[in-house]
Write a protein that binds this ligand. Sequence first.
Ligand code: UDP
Ligand code: MG
Length: 194
Amino acid sequence: RELKLLSVVIPICNEKDNISELYARLIKIGKELSVKLEMVFVNDGSSDSSMAMLKELGASDKQVKIVDLSRNFGHQMAIRAGIEFASGDAVAIMDADLQDPPEVVVDMVAKWKEGYHVVYAIRKTRKEGVLLRFLYATFYRLLKIMANTDMPLDAGDFCLMDKSIVKILSSMPESDPFMRGLRSWVGYDQIGVE
Ligand code: UDP
Ligand code: MG
């Protein structure tokens, strides 16, 4: 598999403090992989200066693309809109707040080159306190028991997907999608990286 264009979809809701650092780290990753980037920033109704910052980046760098939603639709819908727009051979999804270390994408690309269709990140730590961590752990374990689709535990939306998977997800009609659940449901060869 040859990676000519790597898309990165990033939902943005009031991320003015993180956009510059994220952008710089993504540029570095593009250089490391010697690949052309397509950064798809999805502005999800930000009320801070995020949109102005994105426009400025977009004016100086053609690798920056902006999807500006008409209002705040929430994290999942922002991702959904972003992947539909992305045109890369592989498409990464990551949060803007740097809780998803962008550099993990390098490991994800290596797995994609081995032939995996979906490479998802497995969390080693969470920022939340004991109570929320317990509730999250309980939620995902209950979901595993109740849902028909087996979802990996401790995996979030942070992932890299082959364009064939993105095409399938983009064609799904859900109006309130749970992206990491749909991603598992699709099947094909999936693997986690820490
Ligand atoms: N986000 C979004 N729309 C929202 C809330 C958040 O697009 O209504 C974005 C946000 O900018 C970030 C990502 O989704 O890139 C995850 O948001 P957050 O860090 O608040 O979620 P958490 O870390 O608590 O899961
Ligand atoms: Mg966060």
